[in-house]
Design a binder for this molecule. Structure first.
Ligand SMILES: Cc1cc2nc3c(=O)[nH]c(=O)nc-3n(C[C@H](O)[C@H](O)[C@H](O)COP(=O)(O)O)c2cc1C
Length: 190
């Protein structure tokens, strides 16, 4: 028997992304975002919900672009820092020790120390209420050397992405429990 928890913005698991943008003076800024994910394959697209009050919100609208840097589990302290202070009052790259790299594809910076990054042009915006859903078309994914999986793509254990638990703690990802588009075949009845 389940008990009702009410209408909440709750889902499991949540990613933690670092959204990179330039402010009105061209200074690089990043913020943490957990309300985000991949939403389309053609064009490859990623969406993130950002509150109107964030400096990042106006920066994305002005530059029509943003980057997404995927932090690893060892970067949780820096990630949390850029998620609790605003670029309006802090130079978050300098204070976190993270390094801004200018994307050559879009007008936005990404984080050198993150193992994987996505460079996005703003494709669509949707006002949802408290948050604007920004959909970015991914123009390129860049990854550190040595993260490849023998099966193709990147090895999640090597990427070691940071995961967030709604309103709570940061986590690491656990072990694989099976292969996608494969395990379920055991239940297909001819
Ligand atoms: C784990 C975590 C996840 C967050 N997710 C979001 C999010 O999805 N959307 C949002 O608008 N703010 C989110 N925030 C809050 C922003 O990161 C925070 O308000 C930040 O200071 C905004 O920076 P800016 O004003 O420099 O853009 C999150 C913060 C943390 C710590």
């Amino acid at each position: 028997m389940k008990k009702s928890l009410g209408a909440k913005s709750l889902a499991y698991p949540l990613p933690v992304y670092l959204i990179g943008s330039y402010d009105q003076n061209g200074r690089p800024n990043i913020m943490a975002a957990a309300w985000a994910g991949i939403v389309c394959s053609e064009p490859p697209s990623l969406a993130v919900g950002i509150r109107l009050a964030r400096l990042t919100h106006e920066s994305i609208v002005r530059n029509q672009a943003f980057t997404v840097s995927f932090p690893n589990s060892s970067q949780a302290t820096a990630v949390d820092f850029v998620g609790i202070v605003s670029g309006r009052t802090h130079d978050k790259f300098a204070e976190s020790g993270l390094t801004a790299v200018a994307s050559s594809l879009v007008k936005a910076p990404y984080v050198a120390e993150c193992p994987v990054v996505a460079e996005c042009r703003l494709f669509k915006s949707l006002e949802l209420g408290s948050h604007t859903l920004f959909v970015g078309e991914i123009l390129d994914i860049k990854a550190d050397e040595g993260l490849e999986s023998p099966e193709g793509g990147l090895d999640i254990a090597k990427v070691d992405p940071l995961v967030y638990n709604s309103g709570g703690h940061y986590h690491k990802v656990g072990a694989s429990v099976g292969k996608g588009f494969s395990l379920g075949k055991a239940l297909i009845q001819k």
